[in-house]
Design a protein around this ligand. Structure first.
Ligand code: 5HY
Length: 246
């Protein structure tokens, strides 16, 4: 099977990191391709960036459809543009946030999320409620590391994430940790070993869930909210980017 992983921000080094994590999780018969849009924010930190990342994300999904991909992972922890992407795609589309929440809820009674900045917390809390998993999440925490600081191997991002994990274990009665940014995808094994509890990354979770759904022959339902977009004109810069894509 062929899975397209879309990093909705435009930072190529993060896309490469995400692609490595996705490929490491993939089964031998699964081809993983990781891409990011040419247009849009360098990182997604809050609602404004999310909005500006969606057109580029949908362009990549349209391209993926024309290339015949079997399933898609949206590699932004806010699950940016998830429902619109499902309207475009025939196969399953999974957001890494939703994937991580579901996997964590299957191995732990309670989990905490460690994301980047405080401004990203409300959107994640909203998604937990939307997915019906708010009761399983003890708390969504921010380690106050900007998304792109995760690209600096010499920085203090790891130390800050670790400190927040320790606080979560002390205060939240959490039994697992979900890393709340695609840019943390390379940290799970190290952090799980250091802190002695399951640490989940949404990129790997999304790949394994997609393999299961595609393997079952399941596609996105088109009889309700994820119905294929109606044919209509899209004016201005979106003229070539409507459902037909460019
Ligand atoms: C992400 N932002 O996974 C989110 C995380 C966040 O550019 N990729 C981003 O901080 O909301």
């Amino acid at each position: 099977m062929r899975i397209l992983v879309v990093n909705p921000n435009t930072t190529a080094s993060m896309t490469r990191k995400i692609g490595l994590a996705a490929s490491a999780a993939a089964a031998p018969g699964t081809e993983v391709v990781a891409v990011n849009p040419e247009d849009g924010p360098a990182s997604i930190e809050g609602y404004f960036d999310e909005a500006y990342s969606v057109p580029g994300l949908l362009m990549e999904i349209s391209r993926g459809e024309r290339a015949g991909f079997d399933g898609y992972a949206i590699a932004c922890f806010d699950d940016t543009g998830l429902e619109a992407a499902r309207s475009l795609a025939a196969g399953p589309v999974i957001g890494i946030g939703e994937a991580a929440f579901h996997c964590a809820s299957l191995i732990a009674g309670r989990f905490s999320v460690i994301t980047t900045l405080s401004r990203s917390v409300p959107a994640i809390e909203h998604n937990l409620g939307k997915y019906g998993l708010a009761a399983r999440c003890a708390r969504v925490r921010a380690c106050e590391v900007p998304v792109l600081a995760l690209e600096d191997q010499a920085g203090d991002a790891r130390a800050k994430i670790s400190a927040e994990i320790e606080a979560a274990m002390r205060e939240d009665r959490c039994e697992a940790i979900v890393l709340g940014c695609a840019g943390m995808a390379d940290l799970t094994a190290e952090l799980s070993e250091r802190h002695g509890l399951p640490v989940l990354d949404g990129v790997a979770c999304a790949i394994k869930l997609l393999e299961g759904l595609v393997g079952l022959g399941l596609k996105t339902s088109k009889i309700g909210g994820y119905a294929t977009p109606l044919s209509k004109s899209y004016a201005g810069r979106f003229a070539a980017e409507g459902p037909g894509g460019s």
